[in-house]
Design a protein around this ligand. Sequence first.
Ligand code: CA
Length: 236
Amino acid sequence: MKMSELSPAILVIEDEPPLQKFLQATLSSQGYQIISSVTGKDGLMQAASRQPDLIILDLGLPDMDGIEVTRQLREWSAIPIIVVSARGKEQDKVMALDVGADDYLTKPFGVGELLARVRVAIRHAAAAKQETGDPVFTVGDLRVDLLHRQVFVADQQVHLTPNQFKLLTVLVKNAGKVLTHRQLLKEVWGPFITQENHYLRVYMNQLRQKLEADPSRPKYLLTEPGVGYRLVVEVA
Ligand code: CA
C-alpha cells in the first residue's frame, strides 16, 4: 500500500549501522517516512511492496552490488534513486548513473547536502509525473521555452545552434539531476561517440559563454567532476 501522500516515504538501503542511523534520524526529523533495509535483495522487495517516493542506495552492500540493484529497479520502476558511494569509487558512481540512478552522494556527506539532494529528487519525480507540465523552464535569469525553442537570459533572447539547443534541452528535461558524459553524448550525438568527452566540453563552454554571467564560475550549468554535468533547479 502506498504511504501517506503528505509525507514522502524514503527507502534507505544501507548496511553500515552508523550511516543507516544517521540517514534515518536526519530524514525523519524533516518529516519523511523511512523504510530501512540492509541488503540489496531485501531493498528490492521493499521497493516493490512499499512503493517509496525515493530510494537512497549504498553501492557497497553485503549481498549484491548497488549497480545491479539499480539495474534491476530500473526494469520496472522510475522511483528516483540517489546512490551513496565511498570516496575513490568514482567509476561505480558513474556506472550507477549510467544504468539509471538520478544522483549521488559521496561519503562523508553533510546534512545540508543530503537534504538538498533529497528535495530535488522528490521534486523532479513529481514534475515528471505531470506529463502536460509547463514547457518553460526557469532558474534565476535563465528561461528556456522548449515549445517555441527560445532561450532568454534576463529577458534578452539568446541564439543557440541546433546542437547547443539539443544539449540544453536534454539538461532542461533532466534539470536537477546529474547526467553522465556518456548519457549526454548519447542523447545529443547518438550512441556511437560516447567516449568523446571533449565534444561535450566544447559545447558546454559555448553554452556557458551564452548563458552564464561569468562562464568561468557558472551558476546554472555545473560540472560534476569526473562524472558529468547538472543544470540546477535553484540558484544557490
Ligand atoms: Ca556499505
